[in-house]
Design a protein around this ligand. Structure first.
Ligand SMILES: Cc1ncc(COP(=O)(O)O)c(C=O)c1O
Length: 317
């Protein structure tokens, strides 16, 4: 299939008559059927691939309808503000590699990325020269990165996470082939600290990598960082024997602005914190934030000759 861009007026380009985008193709019926399926059972009739304008218009009509009826999901569906960023879609921006290191590709928004990271580092109380981070694609990527940092620090460490943790945690455990202990939860969704203690005690010979929830997916349960740190201490785990990743996908952008809410802070012995851009921010593009202690990231960093930079991210670009 060939895609040919005829015009680039970027004010609402898709809907404008006169066709901003035209697709010239030898498209098979099976592809039409696939498109029909993608549009979720809505009967659109025969779709005409010569008229992408109509195809997209019909698709947007369906989305408008669905958006008004969406009862709930743990994300903010108000995306209108992001339309202001539409003109940037004319440029192939790519912040590959390390946001703090220049690469050989001029078309990037690294300065904005670092600005975002600095903002989060202040929010979570870690000095500029002590932290490293990047804008990820999602909360899942933040978890994959945070747990990897723990695993790199403690290759024989056991991963502890409550059973109400997001499925990305078990995905990380499978990907990294980690031994894993599932901790029970209280009715609030937060971790059962007695159960944590009972799982930590018999494993004192191995370091602990803890995945804590700052808002579980279904109940918004928040694991109590102070109780977890105290439990680790009581079970004989000194600070050089544990790593804590905080999954703040859901509440990371809510708690800091609430009075008397539990505090996410690097003043406590945590290794990393991640947030999803899809929840509270309602970002309709892949988005998340990962902030970690620099000293833990160095072990992941690799020189990449082709980009003339270094990389310690999961997704690379
Ligand atoms: C607690 C928690 N962590 C991580 C994620 C993953 O976030 P994302 O959808 O941005 O990958 C979610 C998403 O629902 C979540 O609820």
């Amino acid at each position: 299939m060939q895609v040919k861009i005829l015009s680039n007026g970027f004010h609402d380009p898709i809907l404008e008559d006169g066709g901003v985008i035209s697709i010239n193709n030898g498209c098979h019926n099976s592809q039409l059927v696939e498109v029909n399926k993608i549009i979720n059972g809505h009967a659109l009739g025969e779709l005409n691939f010569d008229s992408t304008t109509h195809l997209l218009h019909d698709y947007m009509k369906i989305l408008d309808e669905k958006a008004t009826m969406l009862l709930g999901y743990p994300l903010n569906i108000y995306c209108d503000e992001y339309v202001a960023l539409a003109p940037l879609l004319r440029y192939h921006l790519n912040n590959f590699g390390d946001p703090f290191t220049e690469n050989n590709y001029g078309m990037h928004s690294r300065h904005f990325e670092v600005g975002v990271l600095d903002w989060f580092s202040k929010l979570w109380e870690i000095e500029k020269d002590q932290y490293w981070g990047y804008v990820t694609h999602c909360g899942t990527e933040g978890n994959l990165h945070g747990i990897l940092l723990g695993r790199e620090q403690f290759p024989d460490g056991i991963l502890y996470a409550s059973r109400e943790s997001h499925y990305s945690v078990w995905k990380a455990a499978r990907m990294y082939k980690m031994e894993c202990e599932v901790i029970g939860t209280l009715f609030t969704g937060e971790m059962d600290y007695h159960d944590l203690r009972s799982k930590l005690l018999p494993n004192q010979n191995k370091p602990a990598i803890l995945h804590l929830n700052i808002g579980t997916t279904f109940k918004g349960g928040i694991d109590n960082l102070d109780v977890v740190i105290e439990t680790l201490k009581e079970c004989g785990y000194s600070q050089d024997k544990f790593y804590i990743h905080c999954d703040a996908a859901l509440c990371g952008l809510i708690l800091p602005f609430l009075k008397n809410a539990p505090k996410i802070t690097f003043k406590k012995p945590i290794g990393s914190v991640s947030v999803s851009g899809h929840k509270f921010l309602g970002c309709p593009m892949p988005c998340g934030i990962q902030i970690a202690r620099k000293k833990h990231v160095d072990i992941l960093s690799r020189n990449i000759e082709y980009i003339a930079s270094i990389d310690a991210t999961i997704s690379g670009s």
